[in-house]
Design a binder for this molecule. Structure first.
Ligand SMILES: [Zn+2]
Length: 321
């Protein structure tokens, strides 16, 4: 969850926030609302801000006032009419939804509005989604259900069709870089050199919020080392550096970096033929496939696997250069 950030600190959410503010002011906000905004982009922050907009008793032209009783209760996490559920393990269970829906049918205690937030709603299973349908169809007066989702495609169509959907255009790399720079998180370039582009690993870490966290820990440097070590290993045909002793928990990150490296290699190499490029792309796709499998696989010989990919790459490229 990214709730450490306030919405004012996540500029790519501002247009959506304004849109929701206008809908609340005009009274045109849907009772079931789907926020197709990944947690990595602050989907949970937007859901909470939306709840504030609905609850606030003295809305200002720029959002919730932050000072009325409702705002204070929401900030303290003690508003009696604001309820939320998040996945318990991999799923949102039917009992969680039943109890949520029950809370929504009891009388509102503050100002009459009731709000429920369901985080990562793609994790509703069939039973819990079905339990939610009735509430989405007949939500009751002044009752709002906000569904945040990381993967809208995984959400049941019956739920989706009963919601008003808000889709976010994610920030581009330049916007992410500007955002990191404003937080002074970009590595300083030595000797006036151009600072290197840190957004190369966005797909590995998950999104801008996680990238910011990676830059504040040693995670970013670890990924950068993988990139250098893959480059060396592919050139020499021997695994080197930390790739020689990856823990199971590091393997997926390392392989995702290899995937990005190979894609980049194909784009940058003018001296290899189209056939070889196509084969390297196929190898990259196999690696990404393995990353998906590894999330559900028991222990594997990490070093052996990495070495296989180095050899496969060598075989593809050495005769065609
Ligand atoms: Zn307020």
């Amino acid at each position: 969850m990214s709730t450490d950030y306030d919405i004012s600190a996540l500029p790519w959410l501002h247009a959506s926030h304004e849109l929701l503010l206008n809908q609340v002011r005009q009274g045109s906000l849907g009772h079931g609302h789907l926020l197709d905004v990944h947690s990595q982009l602050g989907g949970d922050v937007l859901a909470m801000s939306m709840a504030r907009l609905i609850m606030c008793q003295a809305l200002t032209p720029v959002g919730a006032c932050g000072q009325c009783k409702a705002c204070l209760l929401v900030s303290a996490g003690t508003h009696p009419d604001l309820h939320s559920v998040a996945p318990d393990g991999n799923q949102i269970k039917v009992d969680q939804i039943r109890s949520l829906c029950n809370s929504l049918t009891s009388t509102a205690q503050q100002g009459g509005k009731r709000v429920a937030i369901i985080y990562q709603s793609e994790r509703l299973n069939t039973a819990s989604a079905n339990a939610l349908l009735k509430t989405l169809e007949e939500p009751g007066k002044e009752t709002f259900v906000i569904l945040q989702t990381d993967r809208p495609a995984a959400l049941l169509a019956t739920v989706k069709s009963r919601c008003q959907t808000l889709t976010l255009t994610p920030p581009n790399n330049a916007e992410v870089t500007a955002w990191l720079k404003a937080q002074q998180l970009l590595p300083t370039a030595l000797d006036g050199a151009k600072p290197h582009d840190v957004t190369w690993c966005l797909s590995v870490v998950g999104g801008p919020i996680q990238l910011a966290a990676s830059l504040q820990s040693d995670k970013y440097q670890t990924l950068l080392n993988y990139r250098k070590e893959w480059a060396l290993s592919l050139r020499s045909g021997h695994l080197c550096g930390s790739l020689l002793h990856l823990k199971d928990s590091q393997l997926i990150d390392a392989l995702q970096v290899l995937y990005l490296y190979l894609r980049h290699f194909v784009l940058k190499s003018n001296d290899i033929n189209a056939f070889t490029k196509a084969q390297v792309i196929t190898l990259a796709a196999r690696i990404m496939d393995m990353c998906h499998k590894l999330t559900t696989m028991a222990a594997i010989n990490a070093q052996g696997l990495c070495m296989d990919y180095v050899l496969a790459f060598k075989k593809l490229t050495h005769t065609h250069r």
